[in-house]
Design a protein around this ligand. Structure first.
Ligand code: IMP
Ligand code: MG
Length: 179
């Protein structure tokens, strides 16, 4: 696999995003809704750069059934905190087609937050099928399947501290590891 973003580059991107989020909310309390499982590592780094009071809520969304091709989208919101009248920031790993963030936003909007914004670590260029732009984006990347820093291929590679693009040989290897 080839490295797209090093650990240091990722940290710098998260740091800059935290500054932009702080500029927007100041000292106001924010409820973060993290989209599991891909947002896990990004969430942990981002919240430690934020100084305002933070509540953390989890929602689960998945459109990838094991491989690199999106399948049907499902959302599980039974671990949600009450977000009514709260300033809510959705945190996700990557904005690809945009379907996940759009569906999560629709789901949360029904819970009547005071405001709703979104922050994504990565924005995949040229893949969007939904007219929506996340409010905060740390990095734009080319249309490649990436892993590491929370992102997976068949639930593997989330623990890599850097972001890498998978190459054909990695797909074969990952399959072998699972068997
Ligand atoms: P979207 O609904 O097409 O925008 O896809 C967003 C979700 O798909 C993300 O939250 C990721 O979990 C997953 N995803 C999209 N692209 C990649 C990738 O390159 N690597 C790993 N997961 C991805
Ligand atoms: Mg995801």
């Amino acid at each position: 696999m080839k490295t797209l973003l090093t650990e240091k580059e990722l940290q710098a991107g998260v740091h800059d995003m935290a500054a932009a989020i702080t500029q927007r909310y100041g000292d106001r309390p924010v409820t973060i809704v993290a989209v599991m499982t891909g947002a896990l590592v990004f969430l942990a780094d981002l919240i430690r750069q934020l100084k305002m009071p933070i509540r953390i809520s989890l929602i689960q969304a998945s459109s990838y059934r094991g491989g690199t091709e999106p399948g049907a989208l499902w959302i599980r919101d039974d671990m949600m905190l009450d977000i009514e009248d709260r300033d809510v920031l959705i945190v996700d790993d990557i904005f690809d087609t945009g379907r996940t963030l759009h569906a999560v936003s629709e789901c949360l909007a029904k819970m009547q937050p005071a405001s709703l914004a979104s922050a994504v670590l990565l924005h995949k260029e040229g893949c969007q099928v939904i007219e929506m732009t996340p409010d905060f984006i740390a990095f734009s990347i080319p249309d490649e399947f990436v892993v590491g820093y929370g992102l997976d291929y068949r639930d593997l590679y989330r623990n890599l501290p850097f972001l890498a693009a998978l190459e054909p040989a990695d797909l074969i290897e990952a399959t072998t590891v699972q068997e």
